[in-house]
Design a protein around this ligand. Structure first.
Ligand SMILES: *[C@@H]1O[C@H](CO)[C@@H](O)[C@H](O)[C@H]1NC(C)=O
Ligand SMILES: *[C@@H]1O[C@H](CO)[C@@H](O)[C@H](O)[C@H]1NC(C)=O
Length: 521
């Protein structure tokens, strides 16, 4: 009997099924994994989800409608930063080109909004949503959906507490002690690091304000505004719209530490994309991992490293290094490799979370993307990171700072450098102890990140935009925050007093002088 009442209770909590629009059109697997995390948790909570995705699934899922934007993939397909050979010869600093990244995101946004499936969605006057959750990577253009459907806006941010998204709901964080994905340093900064972070801020702001933002505003006016008008709604100014988000759901987590101040509507839900407990391993992988008495090293460089573009010299070198290890190596490699050493196994597709969850997994060699980095902490596996772009540097630096990781620089010496790093991490229990300790801290939260994410999205709908969580910082113009008006008033007052005093004294001494003259006379 009791379980029936519990069941009724659970279903009563969620009588309200909401319609949610999820917009995750960025054609990278990792971004899509995050989108799929939102989908999974919202469907589990009984909501109706419309998902704009470049990687739609074949099978139908009840309550899920997918809007296919798979041709977005073409934009990145020929990009040099997807080519590991190119990167090896042209080491790119993460900060090298903020304008390029802004441009690319805008290109993807424009392509998305011109996609015929998305157009159908936008132009259908009967379409309604209770909330829109849009990916926030260098462009805010998708905020237009909130104006179109006249509903609250939630930004889904794929990284931690960086100033670029923070500026949309509060003051940007102070560059003196908070880095972002264009910088590689961990606070406290040295003099030059602090200077570099500041310069990156200014470069980004300059590109956004004078180059990207006007193009975004044009797109908003051309694409969204006519449809908003058709619905009989007033078209909000682009600036009013993008600085009006109810929440930012950030993919960071508190256990990472060194987090700058965040407003009440900034929520950390990092780790929500992880399925816990992990799905069971496929039989072949399970038997390999079960029987690996000397531990397993899992080697995967994420979706950006296309294996067939890794130079042969490096691939051969890696196979030689791996072959000499006692441990088993599972390498996610999409191509075919001949003459594999006995302890090396190639998998074209790797159930990464299930591999990391296996108790014999003793080391994770990764590109240090945020999802992989979070999974390492979630499952408590030490890390060797080989970063190649953007936040991967800051992720691995922060892991090194926390004592459970080593960084190896990408170069033609990779096999040799990796070997020394493996020897250190594998033979020194410190790395394992540190990551287990951090993993405990990471899991110690009042609510799982997936549940928390659903809670806040429902909360925003229930409270019609959760305006009470918003920071007053956005209501106050810059000159007031910097007290420029007070400085101005104080300067005028001081100048006035100065003149007054001068007159008095001058007048005084003048009188005295005259007085003395008179006496002498
Ligand atoms: C990758 O980069 C290398 C070196 O710059 C170049 O020779 C090769 O053609 C590129 N391959 C692709 C698929 O872009
Ligand atoms: C700002 O958000 C609130 C709450 O979602 C909404 O009522 C209001 O219309 C929005 N204003 C603009 C300009 O988008």
């Amino acid at each position: 009997m009791w379980f029936i009442s519990i069941f009724l209770l659970i279903s009563a909590v969620n009588l309200e099924a909401y319609k949610v629009l999820l917009c995750f059109p960025f054609p990278a697997r990792s971004m899509n994994n995050l989108g799929e995390g939102y989908v999974r948790h919202l469907l589990d909570a009984g909501h109706e989800v419309t998902f704009i995705t470049p990687f739609p699934k074949k099978q139908n899922t009840p309550n899920l409608r997918q809007i296919d934007v798979s041709d977005n993939e073409e934009i990145l397909a020929n990009d040099n930063f997807m080519n590991i050979s190119y990167i090896l010869d042209n080491i790119v600093e993460p900060s090298s080109d903020v304008e390029y990244l802004q441009d690319m995101s805008l290109k993807i946004a424009l392509r998305t909004l011109q996609n015929k499936n998305v157009k159908t969605l936008i132009e259908n006057p009967k379409e309604t949503f209770d909330v829109v959750v849009v990916d926030l990577l260098e462009t805010e253009l998708y905020a237009g959906f909130a104006a179109l459907y006249n509903c609250p806006l939630v930004f889904a941010y794929s990284m931690g507490a960086h100033w670029v998204p923070m500026r949309l709901i509060d003051d940007p964080t102070n560059p003196a002690y908070s880095s972002d994905y264009f910088t590689t340093s961990i606070a406290p900064f040295s003099f030059t690091e602090r200077f570099k972070v500041l310069v990156e801020h200014m470069k980004w702001r300059y590109a956004k304000t004078f180059k990207t933002m006007p193009k975004e505003e044009d797109a908003y006016i051309n694409i969204f505004a006519p449809e908003i008008k058709k619905r009989g709604l007033i078209v909000p100014d682009y600036e009013d719209l993008i600085y009006n988000a109810s929440l930012i759901l950030s993919n960071g987590y508190h256990a990472s530490g060194k987090i700058p101040n965040t407003p009440q509507n900034w929520k950390f839900v990092g780790g929500f994309h992880i399925e816990d407990p992990a799905k069971p391993l496929p039989e072949d992988l399970k038997s390999i991992m079960d029987s690996s008495k000397n531990g397993v090293i899992y080697f995967s460089m994420g979706s950006v490293w296309r294996s067939e573009l890794i130079p042969k010299k490096i691939t051969d070198g890696l196979l030689k290094v791996f072959g000499e290890l006692k441990a088993t190596v599972i390498w996610k490699y999409e191509g075919n490799l001949k003459n594999l050493p006995k302890n090396v196994h190639i998998v074209k597709w790797a159930p990464q979370q299930s591999i990391l969850a296996h108790p014999n997994c003793r080391l994770f060699i990764t590109h240090a993307g945020l999802l992989s980095s979070t999974e390492a902490v979630h499952f408590g596996v030490p890390v060797i990171g080989v970063p190649i772009s953007y936040d991967q540097y800051i992720n691995i630096n922060s892991a090194v700072d926390r004592g459970y990781a080593l960084q190896v620089t990408l170069s033609y010496n990779l096999p040799k450098d990796l070997k020394s790093a493996i020897d250190v991490v594998f033979n020194n229990p410190r790395y394992k102890d540190k990551v287990k300790e951090l993993s405990k801290l990471y899991h110690d939260r009042p609510i799982t990140p997936g549940k928390e994410l659903v809670y806040w999205i429902e909360f925003v709908i229930r409270t019609r935009g959760a305006t009470h969580l918003r920071s007053p910082a956005l209501l106050v113009p810059f000159y007031q925050k910097a007290y420029l008006d007070v400085v101005a008033v104080a300067s005028i007052a001081m100048a006035a007093i100065g003149i007054l005093l001068k007159n008095l004294c001058f007048g005084d001494s003048e009188r005295k002088r005259r007085g003395r003259k008179e006496k002498r006379n």
